[in-house]
Design a binder for this molecule. Structure first.
Ligand code: AMP
Ligand code: ZN
Length: 469
């Protein structure tokens, strides 16, 4: 089933039309957060990418089924070119906050959901947790061993045999022959691996006592990449129409996931690998060490509407690196407020030109269906805002329909009292004069006219006061 939505596939290196292979619903998998800390606005850019795609499909008339994993085990502090070394991110954070790692996971998982809600993200169909899907991973690992795609190393860990998957590297271009030994791979497992580019599917517990599970190979814990294979194969019935993640996950995470999934299933599991480019903040990579990690709560603490972040992202193409600044957010915040004020006025202004609304929305949808060209679509919205000939009601209708994708709550009440239109100002002035000259008939007539424009008028000894209805 074709959807009319074309998105760049990192593997094919070209635009590909999104199709629902099962004929009724587009199956989407989006790599979720590692819940050892709050998601920063960069992470949120990637999560909003999947929401944008989902909403675009909905407005295009197609259903979708989105699965997003919660990584709460097995993601090591340093993922160096395929070799995951260092401490488990969850355990390291548990130690630093002196609480149980599962408590850490549930705390940051709750914060993640709260952030998504503030950003108007439509919840996924399921958010499976790595720690609760160990069985799925064990089953897949056993299948990979049985089909000679994996083996138990001399250190008791289970490794994927990279050379058993000849098309390794097609997503990122990092083919096995270019991943030379002597690369950072080697020193990690002390020769337990048969080939330097093999990676761990299951890690032996050794001295680790927390977040470990029994397995046919002894107690241990899963590698990070295997969870996304196990979950996408299981929850999306072995067929992923769209796989979404940040560009950093292209290699090794997605390359390894593809090798595992395809080897387990016996066919190409993912149709389209979609990668969102990274977000910089004030010109720099967001990192804890450089102290410029910005969270959604920081944006809110500055007095900005969280949806200003959504608007800022949409004014940039998902495949371009973006530099977010406080200035950008401030500008987006005031744009939002202005749109909401205008929307409140427009609604009661004139008739809706249905043909125009239809053509405008079709045009905007076509822009977005073309590799998510939201900057162009938002530009059209700005042009529409400035149009001097269309009725307010027509503009309001366009904004309202397109807000099903933008999700900026355009119809929400603006921050302060919205500016009255010129027509309203003139009617209010006329009424003031009518009252002063005790022409109460005219004054009542003007009040009725104002009511129709959404204005309530109150009279007091000091004059008339007005408000939006
Ligand atoms: P993590 O919680 O680190 O596993 O990352 C969650 C998602 O955020 C992944 O899809 C990453 O690729 C993505 N991501 C990480 N940093 C950034 C960034 N600066 N800009 C956009 N996406 C990012
Ligand atoms: Zn993943």
């Amino acid at each position: 089933m074709n959807t009319g939505l074309f998105i760049f596939d990192t593997k094919a290196r070209e635009l590909k039309e999104v199709c629902a292979k099962n004929g009724f619903e587009v199956q989407i998998y989006c790599c979720g957060p590692t819940v050892y800390r709050d998601a920063h606005v960069g992470n949120l850019r990637t999560f909003l990418l999947s929401d944008l795609i989902k909403r675009t499909l909905t407005l295009s008339g197609f259903d979708s089924n989105l699965i997003q994993n919660i990584t709460d085990v097995g993601h090591m502090a340093e993922d160096l070119a395929g070799a995951e070394i260092g401490e488990d991110k969850m355990l390291a954070q548990a130690k630093s906050e002196a609480i149980d790692p599962f408590e850490i996971a549930r705390k940051y998982e709750a914060n993640f959901h709260a952030d998504l809600a503030k950003l108007n993200v439509i919840p996924a169909s399921a958010y499976p947790k790595a720690s609760e899907t160990i069985d799925l991973m064990l089953e897949l690992i056993e299948r990979l061993i049985a089909s000679d795609h994996a083996y138990v190393g001399s250190d008791g860990c289970v490794y994927f045999s990279a050379t058993s998957f000849p098309s390794y590297g097609e997503i990122s271009g990092n083919r096995l022959d270019s991943l030379k030994p002597g690369h950072r791979y080697e020193y990690v497992e002390d020769g337990a691996k048969k080939f330097h580019a093999d990676w761990a599917l299951w890690k032996a517990a050794n001295n680790r006592t927390q977040m470990i599970w029994d397995s046919p190979w002894g107690p241990g814990f899963p590698g990070w990449h295997i969870e996304c294979s196990a979950m996408s194969l299981h929850y999306l019935q072995g067929n992923v129409d769209l796989h979404i993640g940040g560009i950093d996950l292209r290699f090794p995470h997605h390359e390894n996931e593809r090798a595992q999934s395809n080897s387990g299933a016996g066919y190409e599991v993912v149709e389209n690998w979609v990668h969102g480019e990274h977000l910089l903040f004030e010109g720099r990579k967001m990192s804890k060490s450089s102290g410029n990690v910005v969270l959604l709560n920081d944006v809110i603490a500055k007095g900005f509407d969280p949806l200003a972040l959504r608007l800022s992202f949409m004014e940039n193409r998902y495949r371009s690196q973006m530099d977010l600044t406080w200035e950008t957010l401030k500008a987006a915040d005031s744009t939002l407020d202005r749109w909401r004020k205008k929307f409140a006025q427009w609604q009661n202004d004139g008739d809706i030109d249905k043909q125009f609304v239809n053509e405008f929305c079709q045009g905007s949808l076509a822009d977005i269906q073309h590799d998510l060209d939201t900057p162009r679509a938002i530009q059209q919205l700005r042009k529409l805002e400035r149009d001097e000939y269309l009725s307010g009601a027509t503009k309001a209708s366009c904004f309202e329909i397109m807000d099903q994708i933008y999700a900026l709550d355009i119809s929400r009440a603006p921050k302060g009292k919205a500016e009255p239109t010129l027509e309203i100002v003139e009617l209010l002035e006329k009424r003031e004069i009518a009252r002063a000259s005790k022409d109460f008939g005219l004054s009542d007539q003007l009040r009725d006219q104002l009511t129709k424009l959404g204005i309530s008028v109150k009279d007091s000894p000091t004059g008339q006061d007005w408000d939006w209805l």
